[in-house]
Design a protein around this ligand. Structure first.
Ligand SMILES: Cc1cc2nc3c(=O)[nH]c(=O)nc-3n(C[C@H](O)[C@H](O)[C@H](O)COP(=O)(O)OP(=O)(O)OC[C@H]3O[C@@H](n4cnc5c(N)ncnc54)[C@H](O)[C@@H]3O)c2cc1C
Length: 369
């Protein structure tokens, strides 16, 4: 496993539990993380809201996110996240812009560091000394072939596509900021005003450890994100539109807000990559075309990178999909039947952009002929 954000920690737990249930007593797991501890990058966001944001026609993405929230809720029950105070899944009040009514949806909030640590503890409980954690250990692209000689499978959960830059994963960096106001003890009325997460255009959390968090901003940028007054201002303006009554009570001022900034990596269709990426033999290299026969038109026809699996591109809603993605990867790695419906498997297939580009180029060539 490479990366100990929520994705890597969830995969570690899913593989440890599933292999234990299957009686794979010889299986060994190693995790490599360049930071000194878990949840050090995007997963360091202090509070993450979890919500399915279902579409009216309940399209494929909507079905996937709802299944993701259901899976996470089950994990939080097992890991006692709500009892231990690092999660609350009592629902989300969803407000569409300009709509009068609020719709109650499943979801809530999670402290990502709490989830990552609980997953590592649970994996250790199942694996004991068959699990090795290597922090302060960055993996380079050239190390992948060495890892493949040592391990049967390598799961990349490093958020970006830097370890597989030519695999057509097309991940975009989106930096951003959350803001919060600290609420002094005794101002308990805020509890009744925000009993649960509010989502819509942006989000707002209830009072958690003395803070109400709201946001977030989005910038297409890979440069190290810094907390800025301008982004506090954007978040406050969004809060005013989402929950004017809360904005009035909190009266947040940019210079008095706290904040955290980070970068999430997302795909063009905002669905993650779950599964095996394409094999290096099809990489474009210096040409402008994937090395695929014109007859290749289906995902199952793409040659795959043997032994490599990815859970990447979790984007702005990683907490809603990490647990489900992890269970899907564990099933693939351990060779048990897929847990995702075939239509959803295809929607999150790491080869989908390669196939779409191949089909587009083929269609252009046919027109020229
Ligand atoms: C401002 C902001 C607000 C957000 N709010 C929410 C929210 O409310 N709800 C929600 O669900 N999501 C939210 N997100 C998104 C969420 O944080 C991400 O989707 C999620 O944390 C991604 O998890 P990850 O494990 O894929 O990536 P990361 O947390 O980035 O983890 C990747 C890990 O891989 C390690 N790594 C990278 N390269 C290497 C290497 N070569 N060798 C070894 N280790 C490596 C990194 O050090 C890192 O620890 C927000 C993100 C931001 C930036």
């Amino acid at each position: 496993m490479i990366g100990a954000g929520v994705a890597g920690a969830c995969v570690l737990r899913a593989v440890a539990r599933t292999s234990h249930a299957l009686g794979f007593a010889d299986l060994r797991l190693s995790l490599f993380e360049r930071a000194p501890g878990p949840a050090a990058s995007a997963s360091a966001v202090p509070v993450a809201v979890v919500h399915p944001m279902t579409s009216r026609d309940h399209n494929l993405a909507s079905q996937f996110f709802l299944e993701g929230v259901t899976t996470l809720t089950r994990w939080l029950d097992d890991l006692q996240g709500c009892q231990q105070g690092w999660a609350d899944m009592s629902g989300v009040d969803h407000r569409e812009p300009h709509a009068e009514q609020t719709e109650r949806q499943p979801g809530g909030w999670v402290l990502p560091i709490g989830l990552a640590q609980a997953c590592l503890r649970d994996a250790h409980a199942h694996m004991a000394d068959r699990l090795q954690l290597h922090f302060n250990c960055a993996i380079l692209p050239v190390d992948l072939s060495v890892l493949l000689q040592t391990y049967d499978a390598v799961v990349i959960c490093a958020a970006t596509d830097r370890l597989l830059p030519d695999a057509g994963l097309a991940l975009q960096p989106l930096s951003g900021q959350v803001s919060w106001v600290s609420v002094a003890k005794g101002q308990d009325a805020i509890h009744s005003q925000i009993p649960r997460v509010v989502s819509g255009e942006g989000f707002l959390t209830p009072l958690i450890s003395g803070r109400v968090q709201f946001g977030a901003t989005f910038h297409r940028s890979d440069s190290p994100p810094l907390v800025s007054l301008a982004d506090h201002q954007r978040n406050i303006a969004q809060l005013r539109r989402l929950a004017p009554e809360v904005d009035q009570r909190l009266a947040p001022k940019p210079e008095r807000c706290g904040g955290w900034a980070g970068t999430r990596y997302a795909t063009r269709d905002r669905l993650p990559h779950i599964g095996q990426p394409v094999c290096p033999t099809v990489y474009k290299g210096k040409t402008d075309r994937w090395q695929l026969a014109p007859s290749v038109s289906q995902l199952h026809q793409l040659p795959r990178h043997d032994g490599i699996y990815v859970l990447l591109g979790l984007g702005a809603r990683g907490l809603s999909t990490a647990a489900l993605g992890a269970e899907a990867i564990a099933a693939e790695v351990l060779g048990i039947p897929p847990i995702l419906a075939p239509r959803i498997c295809r929607a999150v297939d790491p080869g989908r952009f390669v196939l779409r580009e191949h089909a587009r180029v083929n269609a252009c060539l046919k027109r020229v002929d």
